[in-house]
Structures are given as C-alpha cells and as structure tokens.
Ligand binder design. Structure first.
Ligand SMILES: Nc1ncnc2c1ncn2[C@@H]1O[C@H](COP(=O)(O)OP(=O)(O)OP(=O)(O)O)[C@@H](O)[C@H]1O
Length: 596
C-alpha cells in the first residue's frame, strides 16, 4: 500500500461522510486510525519489506542449518584429535551464540515467526464470506500473480503438500491437512479448514474428494480453486521433538491412514523428527536427516497404542475410528512418488555371578508377555561423548549365548579401561575368595534392606543365597572413568535405563541352530546349564537358547542399541570392540530425559 493510497482513503472518507451510516464516534475512530503515526509506520515497514522481497533475494537457501551443523559435528568428531581445523570448528559450532543464530535463521526460513495473538471476536455477516482464489500451476515456479479485480483476494501459487476431505458435518470439501514444509505450507496461503467451493469454475458442492480429484486430473494447465478461508487459521510452529520408532510402518498397507500418498514409511529404530502433533491421531514427521522438506503422516502414539491393543485383543470391542478419507491433491500428471508431489526389575528372580548361572527366571516370563507395554515411539536426543565419562556397555541375551565370554575378552584387552562391577552375595566366603574382589560378602538382612530401598540394579536368589549388582558399584566405576561392562539379565534392562547410568545395550543373538551347534562343538563350549560346567550344550539347550532369544527380542528389542550375532567368536568379538569404540567417540541418540 502506498501513502498516497492512505491519503485517498482518508479523503474519500471525508467526502462520503454524509452517506455513511456510521456514528460520529465510529467515523472519528476511523479517521484517527488512518492518520495515526502507528499505521503510517506500519505501512512504511510493509513497503520496505515488499520492495526488498521483490526480487526474492531473501529466499532461504535452506531451513535446516542447525541440522546440518549437527551433521558436520558428527563428521568432524573423529578428526578433532588429529586436525586442529576440525577441532576449532567442532568448538565453534557448539558455541551457544552461533547455535542461537542458526536457530533463528531456521525459524525465519521456515516462516516460524507468526506472533500468537489472541483471537479477535469479529461480528461477521455470515452471508458476506471472503473468497480466496488460488491458481495451481504444474511448473515448479510460482506464478507472479495477476490480479483478478472482480474477486476480493486473488492468489496464484503452486499448491502442493495438502490434502482434502469431506467435512464430517457439512459434507463440504475442505482442506484437511497442510503438510509441514511442503509448498502449500511455505506459501502461507492455504490453511486447514479452508472450504473448496469451486475447481476450474465447477461447483464442488455435493461432490466427494475423489470427484474433485477426477476434475483435477482431467484439467490441463492452470487450475483455479475458489476457497472460503477457515476461521482462526495460522501457521503452526514446527515442533523440535525427535523420536525413535519402535515399530515398522508402511503407509500403503495401513487401512486407517486418511491419505496413503501423504504417509511416511519408516522402520523400527528410525529416528523421526515430529514436526506436528496437532492432530490427535495423525502426526506429521520427517525422517531425521532427510532433506526433503515436506513432512509425511504417521500414526500418533495414541492411535498406534489403540491399534496394537486392538490387534492383541483381536476382538470387536476396541474399535479404531476410521477417519474420513482424505485425497491428496496431486497436480495433473504429477506423481505421488516424485518428491513434494503431493498437494498434498525392580530386579527379578535372578542373579548374575561369575560362576553360577542357573537361576530360575521362567516363572515370571509368561507374565512379561501380557504386561509388556506397547512400544510406539520414544522421545530421543543426541548425546555427545564426554571424555573420561563413558557409557556402560550392557550385554544382554539368552543364557549360554556367550555374554560372559565376550565380556571377559573385552576386559582382557585393557583391564585399566574396561571393568565389571563386583557383585554382592549373602553366601559365605569360600577358601581362596577375596571380599571386594570376587564378591562383596554381606549379611542377608543388610542386602534385603538395600534391595527394598531400590539400590540394586538386579538381584536374585540361588540355593538360598541372594546375589546382585548394586547401582552404586556401577556408578562408581563410571565416575572413576572406566568403561563399565555389564551382562545383566534382560529383566533388568528397564531398571538400568536411567539418566545416571545411560547404558548402551547390546543384544548378543544366537545364530541359526546349525551354526550355533557347529561353533559350540568346534570350540568345546561348556554348557552353562550344567552346574559343574563339565559338559557341552545338548541340542535341546541350544534350541532353548534360540527360543529364549526370540522371546527377549519380542519383548525388549526396542531397547537394543545394537545387535551382535555370536556365531564365530572371533568375528563377534571384533564387532564388539568396534561398537565399544564407537560408543566412546560418536554422538548417539538416547532417551531425551538423559540429555536434559
Ligand atoms: N561364538 C562362540 N563360539 C563357540 N563357543 C562360544 C561362543 N561364545 C561363547 N562360547 C562358549 O559358550 C560357553 C558359554 O558362554 P558364556 O559363559 O559366555 O555364556 P553366557 O551367555 O555368559 O551364559 P549365562 O547367561 O548362562 O551366564 C562358554 O564355554 C564359551 O566359551
């Protein structure tokens, strides 16, 4: 708007004063407003922005500089000890001021700057709706919009990254979703709830989303939408939440997703950036590190939980609400595959001891299946390695698979670096044993009290004596700068996943039966099911090992940071050494609560 336009408006207000049905007070208000310093200052700012933005010189090259900085940090981390430039850059990129600057840049680039103002109650005549005309073009370049003087608002944009649906109450076609980062979102002109009245001059009243899609597909060149803007719209900010997915998801085979083309496929273990949780059932997310700006739909935690419950109960009782189908608005000839083409224990009954291994765990196992929580998403954040403060490595797996063998070998490579906590026991000391080296020999009452106070990570009873590993002994190894190596029973996994301990959990998996038998026989492995450790594994024990491994995976695989198949011992050990080094040196995703 020009200042002259403002003056014209004021002049015409004066001229038509007598014809206006407004009161003196209303007239005075308007006249004052048009002459106010504030309005003039705003117009000035507006004009400046329009002038500067004309040649699009402020178009951001990217909107994820923070993400790129994190990736750079990861790449240069292994080189900081050998290259001074890398070291300097590593520290520079972590400076709060620089990170603040990048954050601000990204927020602006993502148009994340709309102020959140309280809604102004407006008395609007229902009949006098504002109409918005949106023209769609097939090219990748926005039209520099021509003005259609007959319509109140005219906009020409590429509209992609949105979906439409029939409104449940009115049956009208409305914009169902605007995908974060997609063209529709970036344009700032299409909003959820906008009602579609016409497409290329065809009235869509009474039509289904599929009918609208058919009109679109049959259209050539520019398509014109007539939209009634929704009330109370506004750009929603991108959330910064990252989660680790604990299940696989394939949108095309999900009968409940409102728009398959808008879905985002992922695998268990993938890190997802949740950009919007506005919809209770369908979140919008991107794969971490995916430069494709448009987000995709994924089931929300609540929906996934309901779905799993439904599957588990396998009954008609838990109905999953099927949402209204949404159509992705694809430009004619655009393919959904092309990027942005959518418009679219407390311990259990067990112990771990260096020598005694056969404790009865099975009683609790069946229950575990029933009460195991539903694994959906876990909020995560990056944990950067801190020199001198190492995460413990916890080797979990079925009894007899070789956890202690691997642990022993790792400690043997450098006993001044790798340590295992000394376990506690209530049994009496035997000749040759040293208190504090083989075990801490303690009284039953004392140990029971400590267990009751939650001071043991794991504990159990064997032949009338208690055995256990205290949290304190693990923490003291960590604080003394050792890499603590644990081989806990799998029931202790949840108990030890705390911000203090931050374990890196490695699942030691048995290979297929033939390989398991071949390798154990060749090495004359001793069965840990035999009290005297004098014989090899029987076929039944080897089968049990595989079976038990499957159960552990079923219940706890979402907690595993890594899996090592223990077939050939040398190869498994080599992998373990590699993993141990990476845990010491690389930034890794951990539960968000461990980082705050
Ligand atoms: N990859 C392998 N190939 C051959 N033998 C192996 C392999 N891994 C482990 N063993 C042998 O299998 C036997 C059992 O291993 P280990 O004591 O480490 O099992 P574990 O997982 O600690 O069992 P438990 O959980 O019952 O204590 C040992 O004799 C060990 O040397």
């Amino acid at each position: 708007m020009q200042f002259s336009a403002l003056s014209c408006l004021l002049a015409s207000l004066e001229e038509s004063r007598l014809q206006l049905p407004s009161s003196e007070e209303e007239f005075g208000f308007l006249s004052e407003l048009l002459q106010s310093k504030e309005l003039h200052a705003l117009v000035k700012v507006h004009n400046k922005i329009v002038d500067n933005g004309k040649d699009d010189k402020f178009h951001p090259v990217l909107s994820s500089s923070m993400q790129i900085a994190l990736e750079v940090l990861e790449v240069i981390l292994p080189k900081i000890d050998t290259n001074t430039d890398c070291k300097e850059l590593f520290f520079l990129l972590q400076k709060p001021h620089l990170q603040g600057l990048m954050c601000a840049h990204d927020a602006v680039a993502q148009k994340d700057y709309f102020p959140r103002l309280p809604e102004i109650p407006l008395e609007v005549d229902e009949e006098e709706e504002t109409i918005k005309i949106v023209q769609l073009v097939k090219s990748n370049e926005p039209l520099t919009g021509g003005v259609h003087s007959t319509e109140p608002i005219v906009v020409s944009i590429i509209i992609k990254g949105a979906t439409i649906k029939s409104d449940e109450e009115t049956g009208k076609i409305v914009i169902a979703r605007v995908m974060h980062g997609g063209a529709a979102d970036r344009s700032g002109l299409i909003h959820v709830g906008d009602e579609v009245c016409e497409v290329n001059g065809i009235d869509v009243e009474g039509k289904t989303p599929n009918d609208v899609l058919a009109i679109l597909q049959a259209s050539e060149g520019t398509i014109t939408f007539k939209l009634v803007p929704a009330d109370g719209r506004g750009g929603s900010r991108e959330s910064k939440v990252r989660v680790r997915a604990h299940f696989d998801y394939i949108a095309s085979s999900d009968p409940f997703i409102p728009c398959k083309e808008a879905g985002l496929d992922f695998l268990k273990g993938d890190i997802l950036h949740i950009v919007s949780q506005d919809d209770a059932y369908w979140w919008q997310a991107r794969k971490e590190g995916d430069r494709n700006m448009r987000a995709g739909l994924i089931p929300s935690r609540a929906l996934q939980e309901r779905r799993v419950l439904h599957e588990r109960e396998n009954s008609q009782k838990t109905e999953i609400e099927v949402p209204q189908p949404e159509c992705s608005l694809l430009l004619p000839s655009a393919s959904p595959q092309t990027s942005d083409g959518i418009l679219n224990c407390t311990g259990g009954t067990f112990v771990t001891t260096p020598r005694t291994k056969k404790i009865l765990y099975d009683a609790a196992e069946c229950e575990d299946f029933a009460r195991e929580e539903i694994a959906t998403y876990e909020e995560v954040a990056k944990l950067y390695p801190r020199p001198g403060l190492y995460r413990p490595l916890a080797l979990v797996g079925p009894p007899g698979v070789g956890r202690n063998e691997l642990k022993r070998r790792l400690i043997a490579t450098d006993p001044n670096k790798y340590r295992s906590p000394v376990p506690y026991t209530t049994r009496s000391i035997r000749p040759g044993e040293v208190n504090g080296k083989d075990y801490y020999f303690v009284s039953r009452e004392g140990m029971e009290e400590e267990i009751a106070a939650g001071k043991f990570l794991e504990y159990g009873e064997y032949k009338g004596n208690l055995y256990g590993t205290s949290t304190e002994s693990v923490l003291s190894l960590i604080n003394a700068g050792y890499v603590c190596i644990l081989s806990p029973h799998y029931q202790a996994i949840k108990m030890m996943r705390t911000p203090q301990i931050k374990p890196y959990i490695i699942y030691i998996k048995p290979p297929l039966f033939a390989k398991l038998k071949e390798t154990r026989t060749a090495a004359s492995a001793k069965s840990t099911f035999d009290e005297t450790n004098a014989r090899g594994f029987t076929d039944e024990e080897l089968s049990d090992m595989i079976h038990s491994g499957e159960k552990i995976e079923f219940m706890f695989s979402h907690f595993f940071d890594d899996t090592i198949v223990n077939a050939e011992l040398a190869a498994a050990f080599e992998t373990l050494v590699r993993v141990a080094i990476s845990v010491e040196t690389e930034p890794l995703w951990v539960p968000a609560s461990w980082v705050q």
